[in-house]
Design a protein around this ligand. Structure first.
Ligand code: PHE
Length: 455
């Protein structure tokens, strides 16, 4: 596609609800339903939750607002956005380039977990995972992830599915799909919580989730909690910048962002409330790690009336949540390749999917063929996860905050966030600017250095 036709009409979100649904669709995903519960379980429960909440408020929220604002201002992919807004010759565009790398790293393992979810929809339908015996549900999960061919085929199936939606475009693809799916997700999670809360040891599960025990909080746990905050809000790697570029000019960015953050936290809480009472009631191990959800959730459903049907619905919804997030991840390289190289969206999508299929297969085979293949003592699945969440995303966050706080400056931020004076929110912008200029970058840096054991 020529540069000319790119500038004629750039696709974007069409309604205010569409903006909200797509942005929330990016934030809400397997991060809430899979990562949040297992990380909270593995790191001692409520203490971890508290650190995660603080990281979300003090770091996540300001950085997210900053990214969306920059994207909307420049109306371009993250690399072009930073090139347009930064003084000539300064390499801030590297934030976008590293963001694209992070997007591929995250998608590589994320698409494999989505693959498990898709496979579980079929297993839920045929009833083979419906058992309250942890041995049975554990064995079913083990069999799936240790089969190289199944893992690969499911992953590629997921890639084709997500690529297909993206080919329909921003408004007709991303916006249309997420608008339908997000409300459904809330409904189902609420139902699931009601069931879980009626279980025998519900109170033990809730105590685990809500009564802090700080003895488990170490530097590396704090780093993981912060990494989760970045991962959850899809920040530090250009996704929110890209989505910001599709925001409408009259959209109230701070209020949209706060709503997305709150709804995202709410979904994580609901997932925690759905899962931990069951973990304690059926004698599972809260620290089970990435397999937690795939082993406990079937056991919960095995106990309840209509459990079979509800389990199918649950995995469909997990797939739904994951779809919105995957779309936003893939949109980063697609937008960059499409706009920077003047290729059509279709070509950009295909190229991205090809790169992803190659990189992603190292994660798909992590529990089978490549189980012994480790770098820095980690499998590719764990390494990509660790590198992105604990290093690239926080580093991206530091630079976004520094860029807005020290280069772009208060006046431009104020103008952009007030929609050129239409909104009276100067006080809020001042607080935000202070956070971005000093608090967020310093905090992120400290947590990173401490968590990586550098001081
Ligand atoms: N926020 C998504 C989730 O919680 C994951 C994601 C990370 C999406 C980074 C986009 C960018 O599942």
């Amino acid at each position: 596609m020529s540069q000319q036709s790119l500038s004629v009409k750039r696709d974007g979100f069409t309604s205010s609800f569409g903006v909200l649904a797509a942005t929330l669709g990016s934030a809400v995903g397997l991060g809430n339903i899979w990562k949040f519960p297992y990380m909270t379980g593995a790191n001692g429960g409520a203490g971890f939750l508290l650190v995660y909440l603080l990281a979300t408020l003090l770091i996540g929220l300001p950085v997210m607002i900053a990214e969306i604002t920059l994207g909307r201002q420049a109306k371009a992919n993250p690399i072009t956005t930073l090139q347009r807004l930064a003084p000539r010759g300064q390499p801030w565009w590297l934030i976008g380039a590293f963001g694209m790398l992070a997007a591929f790293l995250i998608m590589s393992f994320y698409s494999e977990v989505v693959a498990w979810v898709f496979a579980y929809i079929l297993k839920a339908i045929d009833g083979s995972i419906l058992s309250s015996d942890p041995q049975v549900t554990g064995a079913a999960f083990g069999a799936l992830i240790s089969d190289p061919l199944q893992s690969l085929l499911w992953q590629w199936g997921v890639l084709i599915f997500i690529g297909g939606i993206l080919l329909c475009g921003v408004s007709k693809g991303i916006e249309a799909v997420t608008k339908k799916l997000m409300p459904l997700l809330f409904l189902l999670l609420l139902m699931l919580c009601a069931v879980s809360l009626s279980l025998e040891k519900a109170s033990e599960g809730l105590a685990f989730l809500f009564q802090p025990d700080f003895s488990k909080i170490t530097g590396s746990v704090v780093l993981m909690a912060m990494g989760l905050a970045f991962f959850k809000l899809s920040i530090g790697m250009g996704t929110m910048m890209t989505y910001g570029s599709y925001f409408r000019d009259d959209q109230n960015i701070p209020s949209t962002t706060v709503r997305v953050m709150a709804a995202d936290l709410f979904v994580s809480m609901l997932a925690g409330i759905a899962i931990f009472p069951a973990v304690f009631t059926f004698g599972f191990e809260p620290a089970a790690g990435p397999s937690l959800v795939f082993i406990t959730i079937p056991a919960v459903f095995a106990q309840i009336p209509m459990g079979h049907l509800l389990m199918v619905v649950f995995f469909v919804l997990a797939a739904v949540a994951a779809t919105g997030a995957m779309l936003s991840l893939l949109e980063v390289p697609v937008a960059i390749i499409h706009e920077r190289f003047g290729l059509s969206r279709k070509k950009a999508t295909l190229i991205s999917l090809l790169i992803l299929a190659l990189m992603g297969s190292t994660c798909a085979l992590t529990n089978s063929t490549l189980a012994e293949f480790k770098l820095f003592g980690m499998t590719m699945f764990d390494l990509f996860d660790y590198l992105s969440s604990n290093i690239i995303l926080p580093a991206g966050g530091i630079f976004v905050a520094l860029f807005v706080g020290w280069v772009w400056g208060f006046d431009k931020l104020k103008l952009a966030l007030s929609n050129h004076g239409a909104l009276a929110n100067e006080g809020l912008v001042r607080v935000l600017f202070f956070l971005l200029r000093y608090v967020s970058p310093l905090l992120i840096l400290l947590v990173m250095l401490k968590g990586l054991g550098l001081f």
